[in-house]
Design a binder for this molecule. Structure first.
Ligand SMILES: Cc1cc2nc3c(=O)[nH]c(=O)nc-3n(C[C@H](O)[C@H](O)[C@H](O)COP(=O)(O)OP(=O)(O)OC[C@H]3O[C@@H](n4cnc5c(N)ncnc54)[C@H](O)[C@@H]3O)c2cc1C
Length: 503
């Protein structure tokens, strides 16, 4: 029998410094029993899991947890917004409706009686991570990336400079970005730094005829702006050449084929060094993209609007006029072949500069995750340090028992929706392998039961999945009246009113 423990030593038992398996688990279970909590042991009862974030990583993790841990598993998905689905709702382009079909799969999962959704609960604001963990045997952090990589050039903070994330969250109705100061009626030229698919999405939305996007789930405030838009030119800026661009052929083909848009590129960028030629020929996708771009270069067409793809140009400053952005000063670059075969070539400055006109500058060089108190965070890499999803303890090389990570927060902001499925499999495999290290639940009421009490005491209205479905129904109804699949509600208070009282 264990001696009575002071709370500090109890906590130490519940959070052993290393992934030491059997002994720590036995002690943790015993300590929790003394404290009236639930042990992390299926024979002693249920296993309570919390998934933080309801994007693809969150839902795929919840799915795998329910499948792999079976009937004894209970999964609560805690989400900062009243709405689920992360970037499937706030990132994926409105004119790519089919990509959002995965929402049907996540919705079916949410009807499983072993899963509870608690929207409008931000971990780190409404509840601290240590408090949350006290209710669960294991917590999986899937809270994505809510910040941006910086360009690190003078003028980056000027009015008229936004990140692509902010712009995308604006047209997709993220509640915190719906009031972004964007005035397309006085914007003639837009520069977008970056040559990835997010940059392509932004360029396409800006260049496409407003009527062609109006019937999608894009927010009506964005449609109004697109209808009044004065945008005539969009400039994509990339440090490296057409072989190294990060966009993918399907997205590129769609952009290059936009009606009424002429494409302008410097033929010089298509004269490949032998190393670039080899790099291009080594991958089918790169070869396909090079062919697509070369074809457009060889067959110029006219259009009212123009898309300029500037390869081999790196932004060095945002140019200011009357207190706001008026252009981007770029340095021409040349490519230095990688030292190792198969390595990435480097863009080196040539000392030659030019200025690209831009009333609006979008930085599309990558999203970035942010840390929350109570978990180790690698600021440089922008990820929670982990091994196959198991989180390292803060300032330590041992693991933090019962804490796991998945999605963009685990591996950085890259990969498509499906990548998170594979990632969730890996994290849940690790959880199965390390289940003996799960700490006991410290709260007298484990899982969502205890969490809801705490949230109610704090005046936080948690939105259930049924609550979200009321919001969803209202959005669809409003959309139908406007001939679109939904009109997103972007006001949190309005969503909370609609969701109030749902089971
Ligand atoms: C603009 C854009 C377009 C894209 N288009 C496509 C596409 O067409 N096809 C495709 O396959 N992939 C696309 N992707 C990639 C895809 O969206 C990502 O791979 C995927 O969303 C990452 O999943 P995640 O769960 O890690 O993060 P997210 O989807 O970002 O989910 C994170 C969730 O955590 C929540 N959260 C954040 N902080 C907290 C907190 N403190 N407490 C509680 N909850 C929190 C957020 O609100 C969010 O709901 C696109 C990405 C972007 C940015």
């Amino acid at each position: 029998m264990l001696p009575r423990l002071a709370s500090a030593s109890l906590t130490a038992l519940l959070r052993p410094a290393s992934n030491s398996g059997g002994l720590s688990r036995t002690l943790a279970v015993a300590a929790a029993q003394m404290a009236g909590g639930t042990g992390g042991d299926t024979s002693a009862g249920l296993l309570h899991f919390c998934v933080v974030g309801s994007g693809p990583a969150g839902f795929y993790t919840a799915d795998k947890l329910l499948k792999r841990f079976g009937a004894d598993a209970r999964v609560d998905v805690v989400e900062a917004l009243p709405t689920p689905f992360g970037l499937v709702r706030s990132g994926v382009a409105p004119d790519h409706a089919d990509t959002k079909n995965v929402i049907n799969q996540f919705t079916a999962l949410a009807t499983d009686s072993r899963l509870a959704f608690l929207g409008n609960v931000r971990v780190g604001r409404d509840i601290g991570l240590p408090e949350l963990r006290a209710h669960y045997n294991a917590v999986v952090l899937c809270y994505g990336a809510e910040s941006d990589r910086r360009l690190g050039v003078p003028g980056e903070e000027l009015p008229g400079v936004l990140s692509a994330r902010e712009f995308v969250w604006w047209y997709n109705g993220h509640p915190e970005y719906r009031d972004l100061p964007i005035d397309l009626s006085s914007t003639r030229s837009v520069a977008i730094a970056g040559l990835g698919n997010v940059a392509v999405d932004c360029a396409r939305i800006l260049l496409k005829a407003a009527d062609d996007v109006a019937a999608t789930d894009i927010c009506s405030h964005a449609v109004e702006q697109l209808r009044a838009s004065a945008v005539k030119e969009v400039h994509l800026l990339g440090r490296r050449g057409p072989v190294q661009a990060a966009f993918t052929p399907k997205e590129l083909r769609e952009l290059l084929g936009l009606k009424g848009v002429k494409v302008v590129m410097d033929p010089g960028a298509f004269q490949l060094s032998p190393e670039c030629e080899a790099e291009m020929k080594a991958t089918r996708m790169k070869k396909r993209m090079f062919e697509l771009l070369s074809k457009v270069l060889a067959e110029p067409r006219q259009g009212e609007r123009s898309l300029h793809i500037h390869f081999l140009r790196t932004p060095v400053a945002v140019v200011e006029q009357e207190g706001r952005a008026s252009g981007v000063k770029v340095e021409k670059t040349r490519l230095e072949a990688a030292a190792q075969p198969g390595g990435a070539s480097r863009a080196l400055g040539t000392g030659e500069y030019e200025t690209v006109p831009a009333d609006l500058v979008l930085k599309s060089i990558g999203f970035k995750s942010v840390g929350i108190p109570g978990v180790a965070f690698d600021e440089r890499a922008g990820v929670v340090p982990n091994l196959l999803g198991q989180v390292y303890a803060e300032g330590d090389s041992s693991f933090d028992p019962g804490l796991y990570v998945c999605g963009w927060l685990k591996r950085g902001p890259s990969g498509i929706i499906g990548t998170n499925l594979v990632d969730a499999e890996q994290t849940v495999d690790t959880m199965l392998r390390t289940r003996d290290s799960f700490p006991a639940v410290q709260s007298p009421q484990p899982g969502s039961a205890g969490l809801k009490v705490l949230l109610e005491q704090r005046g936080v209205q948690a939105v259930s999945f049924q609550g979200w479905q009321r919001v969803d129904a209202a959005e669809v109804q409003r959309g139908q009246a406007q001939g679109k699949p939904r009109e997103k509600i972007t006001d949190v208070q309005e969503m909370l009113q609609l969701a109030a009282g749902a089971a």
